[in-house]
Ligand binder design. Structure first.
Ligand code: GDP
Length: 192
């Protein structure tokens, strides 16, 4: 329920590139501490015991989803510095966006809406794939944003929605498969 993806689960992550050699840029947005770096490191397969919270990385992976390979460059650079230049750059460069909030932090949820509005302003005519992500779904007792609020927000903002737990690796693969499927859908509709 409220997931952005279908139920196929046999995806394999490998290295290599798209048959067309195209690499899609996916940008992580969201307030500090919501779990962007944790999600990015799971995507990249580099998260490990040493909990080094360095940010400002770009991760390159090829995902096989529905028997087709797609190469993704994932940018975790939103908080790299505080320059407006970087923020503008982030808003302009993505082929797709993952907007993350923490279900334990209402203000990060409000920030996610703001980011969605900024993105719409920056890329007016474009129909860019966006997934709204409510992370930290494992923290049941400190939850401040319900699943229904999250999915209602996604409906208003015309984007997909998923709740994840980076800590439990719950729905993280579904999130990245979802973004690949969204990218393909938009690409196919552009070509027709
Ligand atoms: P960023 O600032 O958005 O990149 O957030 P980080 O990935 O650095 O995460 C901030 C903190 O939240 C870290 O201490 C993470 O271990 C923790 N965290 C991230 N995702 C989750 C999650 O799904 N559940 C829980 N319980 N903690 C998480």
């Amino acid at each position: 329920r409220n997931s952005c993806v279908s139920d196929s689960s046999d995806s394999v992550i490998s290295s290599g590139s798209d048959s067309e050699g195209q690499v899609y840029k996916v940008v992580l947005l969201g307030e500090h501490g919501v779990g962007k770096t944790s999600l990015a490191r799971i995507f990249a397969g580099v998260e490990d015991a040493n909990d080094n919270e360095e940010t400002g990385n770009t991760y390159d992976r090829t995902l096989e989803v529905d028997d087709e390979e797609t190469s993704i460059l994932l940018y975790d650079i939103w908080e790299q510095d505080n320059s407006q230049w970087l923020k503008d750059q982030c808003m302009r460069m993505g082929d797709a966006y993952i907007i993350v909030y923490s279900v334990t932090d209402k203000s990060s949820f409000e920030k996610a809406s703001e980011l969605r509005i900024q993105l719409r302003r920056a890329r007016q005519a474009e129909n860019i794939p966006i997934i709204l992500v409510g992370n930290k779904s494992d923290l049941v007792r400190s939850r401040e944003v319900s699943v229904d609020e999250g999915s209602a927000c996604a409906v208003v903002f015309d984007c997909k929605f998923i709740e994840t737990s980076a800590s439990l690796h719950h729905n993280v693969r579904d999130l990245f498969e979802g973004i690949v499927r969204q990218i393909r859908l938009r690409k196919d509709s552009k070509e027709e």
